[in-house]
Design a protein around this ligand. Structure first.
Ligand code: GCO
Ligand code: MG
Length: 412
């Protein structure tokens, strides 16, 4: 199974995506997601200039060996660009192996451990009526779990809240929050932690009161708090029974989570910006978190995320794979195959992709009963329409940056 070529496809059907296509000498094609929001072209160049030439002539079946060759062989390890590029290769090779085996990928990973993968969507609102409306829309479209983000009085725009400016991506009005904007420079948002901490518990109290005890609720603090602020928020939210509180601190310093953990029983999820098991080592071993947020796309692929999740399973830590619209349908498909197979699946994030995204990628995964199932066809189950993809050229886009009211740059 010699690899004949590896090509990088950059397309922007609603937003930018990087896809690696690997073709074997006998014509089997596999796809891998290499999308890194706001830094897409760095991964595209890494793949095109440094990785693709190494793949030609290799045995497509040797997935573990290729992973180690790219990880150790580069000498320079880790980092989001490297690990996203390795993930694209790894995912494409799993797609090929499963197609050759004539099986959906999850079967090669051990088979289904459940009927489907519970997902959560993104509800948001600038005030309570708008938030309730967004939660209702999610429930009506079949979601059984929602992430709740709200505006903070006094702050103009806040992460996670659809506003008229942020709701328009690629010309499509979307209610979902989508942070990357097509512009020459990042937008700037402002932040005030005290205002946020005063406001958020009341919002969850109101939402619980309105929607009752059953609804699965989540919240993302997006790396903005210090450990002591995070501990306070976790404690304040305990009465509202969150499924998780996400990314409370930046967490480059894993030890910071000890303090948070000592003070709250609100479950913690972390790691969408992590890229290897080493980022999780202390967090998992010391049971400082409950959910691993890495998706296949940013953590070195199916091979590497499987190892992280197996390690996590020893400590009763579960998966909570990242799934905003900046993970392409190829990446979502890979995550859902893995999620269906592992025993310690927790929940999968899922923002409905834009219509043009679906037309270009044609994924076979299906959303039903509040969950995703990957479909039964061999491989990942994604059919990239490359002619259509070519009609959506790359457009520069950036995630916003954040400043405190006095102008200091703050975690976004
Ligand atoms: C999430 C994330 C995203 C990120 C985005 C950045 O929990 O879904 O925090 O909304 O902000 O993926 O590219
Ligand atoms: Mg997040």
């Amino acid at each position: 199974m010699r690899i004949d070529r590896a090509d990088v496809i950059v397309t922007s059907p609603g937003r930018n995506f990087v896809t690696l296509r690997i073709t074997t000498a006998d014509g089997v094609v596999g796809y891998g997601d290499g999308t890194l929001n706001g830094r897409e072209l760095a991964v595209a160049a890494y793949l095109r200039d440094h990785v693709a030439p190494l793949l030609v002539g290799r045995d497509a079946h040797r997935i573990e060996d290729t992973w180690q060759y790219l990880y150790r062989g580069a000498y320079w390890r880790r980092g989001p660009v490297t690990m996203t590029a390795i993930a694209a290769v790894d995912t494409a090779l799993w797609d090929i192996k499963a197609k050759v085996a004539g099986l959906p990928l999850y079967q090669l990973l051990g088979g289904a451990s459940r009927e489907n993968c519970l997902v959560y969507g993104h509800a948001s609102g600038r005030d309570l009526p708008e938030l309730y409306d967004s939660i209702r829309q999610h429930l009506e479209s079949g979601f059984r779990a929602v992430r709740v983000q709200t505006a903070v009085p006094g702050l103009e725009s806040v992460y996670g809240v659809a506003s008229s400016a942020a709701a328009s991506v690629g010309g499509d009005a979307r209610y979902d929050y989508e942070p990357a904007r097509r512009s020459a420079r990042p937008a700037e948002e402002s932040w005030d932690t005290r205002a946020y901490l005063r406001h958020v518990p009341g919002v969850f109290e109101a939402v619980r009161h309105e929607f009752g005890p059953e609804l699965v609720l989540l919240h993302d603090a997006h790396h903005r708090l210090t450990p002591v602020q995070a501990a306070r928020l976790g404690k304040a939210l305990e009465p509202y029974d969150l499924f998780w509180l996400e990314d409370v601190t930046p967490a480059e310093n894993q030890e910071a989570l000890r303090l948070v953990r000592q003070h709250t029983t609100t479950p913690l999820a972390i790691g969408e910006v992590f890229n290897t098991v080493w980022d999780y080592q202390a967090l998992i071993r010391e049971q400082l978190i409950d959910y691993v947020r890495s998706p296949v796309t940013h953590a070195g692929g199916v091979t590497a995320l499987r190892k992280i999740l197996d390690y996590a399973a020893m400590y009763q830590v579960k998966s909570g794979m990242h799934g905003p619209t900046d993970v392409s349908p190829v990446g979502i498909a890979a995550s859902v195959h893995l999620g269906l197979a592992v025993h310690n699946f927790g929940i999968q994030e899922y923002m409905l992709p834009a219509p043009q995204t679906l037309e270009v990628f044609n994924p076979t995964f299906e959303f039903a009963d509040g969950g995703l199932r990957p479909g039964e066809e061999p491989g990942l189950g994604v059919h990239l329409d490359e002619a259509l993809a070519a009609e959506f050229p790359y457009e520069r886009a950036y995630l916003p940056t954040n400043r405190l009211v006095d102008g200091t740059v703050h975690d976004w």
